[in-house]
Design a protein around this ligand. Structure first.
Ligand code: PEP
Ligand code: MG
Length: 589
C-alpha cells in the first residue's frame, strides 16, 4: 500500500534572519552536561584549580578558533558576530565569574564545575535583579550561562553538538540553539534554521542574521510537528513555516529565494557608490562603533567616518579603570584607522543598564543601584561628579586628536549648565597638557551633545548657541519621551519611535540646529531603518550614524530619494497626530 501523502502544515514563529529556506529536516540534539555537585578535600584545591584553568584555557582556544573562522564570513556578518565572541573571550580572562569559581574551590571546597555553576548563578541572579533594560540584562545573563556551559562541558569532557553529519541544503531544526553553535554553522551548506525556543533579542538570532542564514525562532509546537516531516520551508522575514510543503508552497519558496539573492547582490554593489539623493544632495552616512573589532568592517562598509564611538567597551570586563595612556592609545588607533575621516568620540555613558565593574571597584559609583537608574546618575551627570574620571578621558581624546579629525560628544545632557561645565573641564585639561608639553591640536576639537532627553530636545534652541554639534539619540529620546523602558516586555508595544511626540522632539531639534547652523546627526536606531530615511531627510537631517551593516540599505534609500518629495512627506506626517495614521504613511502598514 502506498504511503499516504504527508499533510502540509503551517506554523508561525519569530522571524529573526531574513531569507527563504527550503530543504529536508535535520534535527540535531545534544547530550546535556549536567553539573554533579561534588565536594573536594582541602589538599586537592590546587589540583582542582589547575583542572579549572585547563578547561578555561581549552574554552578560550575554542573561541579563538571560532573567531579565526570569522574571516571567511561576509564583512557585514563579521560586524555582528565579533563583539559577541569578544565578550565570551573576555569573560575567560580575569572575570568576576572565574574569580568567584576559584574562590569557591579554595574556600567552599567544591569541585571546579560546582564552583563555576554556583558563581554563574550568583552573577545571573544579581544581573536579573537590576532595574532597567530587562532584555539587555537577560542577554547578558545568557552570555554568562553560555560561557559557563562551555567550560563545564570541557571540564566533564561532554562532547559538543556536532554538525558534521548535517547534509548540504538541509534545514536545521532544534529545540534551542546556542550562539556558539550558531557560529559553527556553515552558512553555505545550510538552507535555514528553525527552533522552538529563542527570540529576536538573543545572540543566536544576531549570529544567524550575521551568517545570513534564514531563520525563524520561537516556533510553538515545532518539534512535535516535524517529527515525521520530510521537508520544510521557512520565511525569515515573515516567520512563516510550512511543514511538508505541497507543490504551490515549494514553488513560492523557490521564487522567494531567487528574489532575495538578487536583492543582496544589488546591495553589495552599492558600497562603492556615494550616498546622494536623486537630485544630488549629499547625505553623510557614518558608522557607530562599540568595539575596536568592528573597525576594519566599518572602514569597508561604505560608511564615512565614525558618527558615534561608544567608549563604554574600554571600561568593561576589567577590574581597574584604563589610564590616560591606555585610552589615548585605543582612541589613536581608531582615529588612525579611519584615515582622515572624522571620528566622534562619546565620553563615557555609564548608567542605566550598563554595569561597569571597574567603576564600582574604584569607588566612583554607588554600590547600591538607584531605584530608577535611567533617571539617576547617568552619562554627563556622573562625569561632572567625578572630574578625574572625566578629565582623564578628555586628556586621552585630546592626545589622540593629533592623529586625525576628532569631535567630542557628551552623553545624556539635559541642561546648558552641563555643557558649560564640561567645556571648562575640556579647557582645563588642554591647559594642563600644554603645560607638560603633551602634543594636542592647536584648536580644540568641537564639543557636542547627545540630544536624547526631551529636556535637551525642547531646549535645543538654547543649547544650539553653545554646542558645536548635536547627535540625536533616538533610542533614549523615545524611551524618555514616552516613559517606556524598551527592555520591559509588558510595555514593549508602547515603545514607538514614530509616536508624534518623538517626531516633534526630533523636528524641534533639527529646526533649532539648522537655524543656528549647528551640525546635527541622528545616531539612534532610527537612523539604521531605511524606511524612516525619507522622513528624517524631509525633516532637514543630512547626517546619520548607524551600525556598519545597516549602511548599504540606508544608502539605497538615500539614492532613491528626492529632497522635495521627502520634505512633502515630512510636512504631511508632521500634520498628523494619530500614530496609526503616521505609521501607515511611513511604513505603508
Ligand atoms: C541613543 O540613545 O539613541 C544612543 C545612540 O545612545 P545609546 O544607545 O548608546 O544609549
Ligand atoms: Mg543613549
Amino acid at each position: 500500500m502506498a504511503e499516504p501523502a504527508r499533510r502540509e502544515r503551517r506554523l508561525r514563529g519569530i522571524p529573526v534572519s531574513p531569507g527563504i529556506g527550503i530543504g529536508p529536516v535535520f534535527t540535531a540534539e545534544e547530550k546535556e552536561a549536567p553539573i554533579v555537585r561534588r565536594r573536594i578535600q582541602a589538599a586537592d584545591t590546587a589540583a582542582e584549580t589547575s583542572r579549572l584553568d585547563a578547561a578555561v584555557a581549552q574554552s578560550r582556544a575554542q573561541l579563538l578558533k571560532l573567531r579565526a573562522r570569522l574571516a571567511i564570513l561576509p564583512e557585514d556578518s563579521q560586524t555582528e558576530i565579533a563583539p559577541l565572541l569578544e565578550a565570551y573571550v573576555q569573560m575567560l580572562s580575569g572575570s568576576r565569574l572565574l574569580r568567584g569559581a576559584r574562590q569557591r574551590v579554595a574556600e567552599a571546597l567544591v569541585s571546579a564545575e560546582t564552583a563555576l555553576g554556583d558563581a554563574c548563578e550568583e552573577i545571573v541572579a544579581a544581573l536579573l535583579a537590576l532595574p532597567g533594560d530587562a532584555a539587555g540584562r537577560r542577554r547578558r545573563a545568557e552570555e554568562v550561562r553560555e560561557i559557563t556551559r562551555r567550560v563545564v562541558r570541557n571540564l566533564t569532557r561532554t562532547p559538543f553538538r556536532s554538525f558534521a553529519s548535517l547534509p548540504a541544503g538541509a534545514v536545521l531544526v532544534a529545540e534551542g540553539l546556542r550562539p556558539a553553535d550558531a557560529a559553527l554553522l556553515e552558512p553555505a551548506k545550510l538552507a535555514g534554521v528553525l527552533t522552538e525556543e529563542g527570540g529576536t533579542d538573543g545572540h543566536t538570532a544576531i549570529l544567524l542574521r550575521a551568517l545570513g542564514v534564514p531563520a525563524v525562532l520561537g516556533v510553538p509546537g515545532l518539534i512535535a510537528a516535524v517529527r515525521s516531516a520530510a521537508a520544510v520551508t521557512l520565511d525569515g522575514s515573515s516567520g512563516d513555516v510550512v511543514i511538508n510543503p505541497g507543490s504551490a508552497a515549494r514553488a513560492a519558496a523557490r521564487r522567494g529565494i531567487m528574489a532575495y539573492a538578487k536583492e543582496r547582490q544589488r546591495l553589495a554593489q552599492l558600497r562603492r557608490l556615494p550616498a546622494v539623493t536623486r537630485d544630488g544632495t549629499l547625505i553623510e552616512l557614518a558608522a557607530n562603533l562599540e568595539l575596536p573589532a568592528e573597525l576594519p568592517l566599518i572602514a569597508r562598509s561604505g560608511a564615512v567616518g565614525i558618527g558615534l564611538l561608544r567608549t563604554e567597551f574600554l571600561f568593561m570586563n576589567r577590574e581597574a579603570l584604563p589610564d590616560e595612556d591606555d585610552q589615548a592609545e585605543t582612541y589613536r588607533t581608531i582615529v588612525e584607522a579611519m584615515g582622515g575621516d572624522p571620528v566622534t568620540i562619546r565620553a563615557l555613558d555609564w548608567g542605566g543598564e550598563k554595569e561597569i565593574e571597574a567603576l564600582t571597584n574604584a569607588g566612583l559609583v554607588p554600590e547600591a543601584r538607584d531605584a530608577n537608574p535611567a533617571l539617576g546618575l547617568r552619562g554627563i551627570r556622573l562625569l561632572l561628579r567625578q572630574p578625574e574620571l572625566f578629565e582623564t578621558q578628555l586628556a586621552a581624546i585630546l592626545r589622540a586628536a593629533v592623529a586625525g579629525p576628532v569631535r567630542i560628544l557628551l552623553p545624556m545632557v539635559s541642561a546648558l549648565s552641563e555643557l558649560r561645565e564640561a567645556r571648562e573641564h575640556l579647557e582645563r585639561t588642554a591647559r594642563r597638557l600644554r603645560r607638560i608639553g603633551a602634543r594636542i591640536p592647536e584648536e580644540l576639537p568641537p564639543l557636542g551633545i547627545m540630544v536624547e532627553t526631551p529636556g535637551a530636545a525642547l531646549a535645543a534652541d538654547a543649547l544650539a548657541q553653545e554646542a558645536d554639534f548635536f547627535a540625536i539619540g533616538t533610542n533614549d529620546l523615545a524611551m524618555y519621551a514616552l516613559a517606556v523602558d524598551r527592555g520591559e516586555a509588558a510595555v514593549a508595544t508602547l515603545y514607538d519611535p514614530l509616536h508624534p511626540a518623538v517626531l516633534r522632539l526630533i523636528q524641534f531639534t533639527a529646526e533649532a540646529a539648522l537655524r543656528f547652523h549647528v551640525p546635527v546627526s541622528v545616531c539612534g536606531e532610527m537612523a539604521a531603518d531605511p524606511r524612516l530615511t525619507p522622513l528624517l531627510v524631509g525633516l532637514g537631517l543630512r547626517q546619520f550614524s548607524m551600525s556598519a551593516s545597516a549602511v548599504p540599505r540606508v544608502k539605497q534609500a538615500v539614492r532613491a530619494l528626492d529632497i522635495e518629495e521627502a520634505s512633502r512627506l515630512a510636512r504631511t506626517v508632521m500634520g498628523h497626530s494619530d500614530p496609526e495614521r503616521i505609521r501607515a504613511l511611513i511604513l505603508g502598514a
